[in-house]
Design a protein around this ligand. Structure first.
Ligand code: ADP
Length: 643
């Protein structure tokens, strides 16, 4: 029955990596190679003569017989069971997936069938893992809120979630997967998904340009008015990830917030405007009342009677109180409307405190209060403050300490160095503030129960103090105990004094700075009207040997100086007498000779609005006072290096 297999041929098929077997038309195994025996778990020589069926799971016998019959009817080389998952059975009954290819072999004893069998368990397991990973990825991108599309290196869609399908709308009958970005985009535009402003080609071109070179985001509008934010990024293997988020709700909320803020600002501006004009209006008749009351009081020709004088005294005190109230309200209105000029500089605190003590002494003496002498700690740093406003705050704390102190009481001003601020505190041994009133003490018109008492006041002083301190970058606080006393303080940032030049600084590790390189010469113009700010800048620039500082105290003079000296950079204050810093920079930008000179804006106004306005006006940088030395020198360095 066996054909005459010669020995080399036998050795060859035994060495084949795949299983090979030969069976006859009746389905009996004629020959198997070593790999088949190993694959199916049979001993050498055990299989020939056995029916082929023992290698096939019994549940598949029917199908297999059918295949075999079809093959013997039309014998030719082909893979078996195309598109079918084929399974084989080992001797122990376990099954495994196989790939089989069949080829006919005619002998004088009839048709023999040669089958090549490959165990594909591993490949199937890998395919299964891959399918699982893809399904996992798909379910993940389905779960994200954004529309998601992934394009391969040929810009063809390889993955898309249903949010993206929904958003793109009808893109023709063809499936999205496999189509190019441009095809999907154009189909979607044709279907009327987007608001293209009547220029679909320009819309497509704009998006395609972003797609080719994506950076930042692209905002587009849908035909129904919704706003979409498109973010595209290139992947490491030159594909593209596109995500699209519907930002309509966010946009609407931003718009609502913007409107609400504008309304609130308008209301607050109107209130401040009203308070300010009303205070002015009240002042005029009050001047007449106080003026004439004083004339009456001093009238020698027709002196008033004691009774009249006493009554006139009430008029005068009432009028003076009203005047203080008006002044405070005006001050507060100006602060709220940000119409107050704060000019910070390096301030010697001890100087200011001594001045305040000196001013307070007569008032203290009148009520028999005693102000303890100030102990000045040597070597205290200066603080960053508006000197006049700091004095105003300390006067408020001090006069309160006298007003709400005991007759014959004690008050003390002290300066304390905190880790990152200097604290100036005013303590008294007076009536103290009830615990339930402390929370609102810095709010306007809060008098902590004193409104019905004999001590005169407006309840605005502390509000003004707090706002002023904040405008200078500082803060206020207090502690108080009823019947024991109170202590109010202001904390202010310490001015970073110029350190004595240390050897390490003279030999910097990096390349020499353009600012300290003595072989260079850069002219910088500083336009500023406040003398102490100018002095401060001079001190600062002295540290930078390569910089020559020229100053002008008005924008008009500054412009002349800039035009004649063509400096490398300009530092421009904003609030200047006459022409403002904004107008000056606009004028520089308008002229070809000065257009390229970089201008740094320097202002006390730290509003976001101002910063945006500064960029529009043409400032290259906008720094706020108090000047942060590091920030300013770094900015100068960058500007000089890039020039
Ligand atoms: P005014 O003194 O004009 O009422 P302020 O704003 O300066 O207004 O102070 C608000 C309130 O805080 C005062 O009415 C007073 O009740 C309380 N207060 C302020 N300083 C002291 C102090 N040193 N001791 C006790 N109470 C104080």
């Amino acid at each position: 029955m066996l054909p005459e297999w010669n020995v080399p041929f036998r050795a060859l098929i035994d060495a084949a990596p795949d299983g090979m077997l030969v069976c006859d038309e009746g389905g009996t195994l004629v020959l198997v190679n070593g790999q088949t025996e190993r694959m199916f778990g049979y001993a050498h020589g055990e299989l020939p003569g056995q029916p082929l069926d023992i290698l096939i799971p019994s549940r598949l016998h029917g199908r297999h017989h059918h295949h075999l019959a079809r093959f013997t009817a039309q014998p030719r080389l082909r893979p078996m069971g195309d598109d079918l998952d084929l399974f084989a059975r080992r001797k122990d009954g376990s099954e495994f997936p196989v790939e089989v290819s069949l080829s006919p072999f005619t002998t004088e004893r009839g048709l023999l069938i040669i089958a090549g069998i490959r165990d594909v368990s591993e490949r199937r397991a890998l395919e299964r893992d891959k399918r699982r990973a893809t399904a996992f990825l798909l379910s993940a991108i389905e779960a994200v809120q954004e529309a998601f599309l992934l394009f391969d290196e040929h810009d063809r869609v390889v993955m898309v979630n249903s949010a993206a399908r929904e958003l793109l709308g009808a893109v023709g009958d063809a499936p999205i997967i496999g189509r190019s970005f441009e095809a999907v985009l154009r189909a979607s535009i044709t279907a009327g998904t987007f608001e293209t402003g009547g220029a679909p080609d320009a819309f497509a071109a704009h998006w395609l340009a972003y797609h080719r070179n994506p950076s930042g985001v692209l905002d587009v509008r849908m035909a129904g008015g919704r706003c979409l934010r498109v973010t595209e990024r290139k992947t490491a293997d030159h594909g593209t990830v596109t995500t699209v988020l519907d930002i309509s709700d966010d946009m609407q909320r931003t718009q609502e917030l913007h409107t609400a803020r504008e309304q609130a600002e308008a209301a607050s501006a109107a209130k401040s405007e009203f308070l300010s004009s009303m205070s002015h209006e009240l002042r005029t008749p009050l001047n007449a009342i106080l003026g004439f009351a004083q004339l009456l009081e001093r009238d020698r020709k027709q002196p008033l009677s004691d009774r009249q004088l006493e009554r006139l005294g009430h008029v005068l005190r009432g009028g003076e109180h009203l005047l203080r109230l008006i002044d405070d309200v005006l001050d507060l209105a100006r602060i709220e409307a940000r119409r107050i000029a704060i000019s910070v500089e390096a301030v010697d605190v001890a100087d200011v405190v001594l001045e305040v003590v000196h001013t307070l002494e007569p008032t203290a003496a009148r009520v028999g209060a005693h102000i303890a002498p100030l102990t000045v700690i040597p070597g205290l740093p200066r603080v960053v403050a508006d000197r006049t406003r700091l004095a105003q705050i300390l006067m408020n704390f001090g006069s309160n300490a006298i007003k709400y102190g005991k007759p014959g009481g004690q008050l003390a001003l002290r300066i304390e160095r905190l880790p990152d601020a200097l604290r100036i505190a005013v303590a008294d041994d007076g009536i103290g503030i009830p615990a339930d009133k402390r929370d609102r003490i810095f709010e306007p018109f809060q008098r902590a129960g004193q409104e019905s008492g004999p001590i005169e006041g407006t309840g605005i002083g502390l509000t003004i103090s707090k706002r002023l301190a904040e405008l200078m970058g500082g803060s206020v606080g207090f502690t108080s105990e009823v019947g024991v006393g109170s202590e109010f303080w202001i904390d202010l940032a310490m001015f970073r004094e110029r350190a004595a030049p240390a050897p390490a600084r003279r030999a910097p590790a990096g390349p020499p700075s353009r600012l300290t390189d003595t072989s260079l010469r850069h002219t910088v113009v500083y336009v500023e009207d406040n003398p102490s700010n100018i002095a401060f800048m001079r001190d600062l620039i002295e540290e930078l040997p390569s910089v020559e500082l020229l100053t002008a105290d008005t924008a008009e003079l500054g412009l002349e100086l800039i035009r004649s000296r063509r400096p490398r950079a300009v530092i421009m204050d904003i609030n200047l007498p006459g022409m403002s810093g904004f107008e000056a920079v606009k004028s520089l930008r308008a002229s070809p000779e000065t257009r390229d000179i970089p201008v740094i804006g320097l202002s006390a106004a730290a509003l976001v609005r101002d910063t945006a306005r500064a960029a529009d006006a043409g400032f290259v940088r906008y720094l706020t006072k108090p000047v942060k030395i590091e920030e300013l020198t770094q900015t100068l360095e960058q500007l000089l290096a890039s020039g």
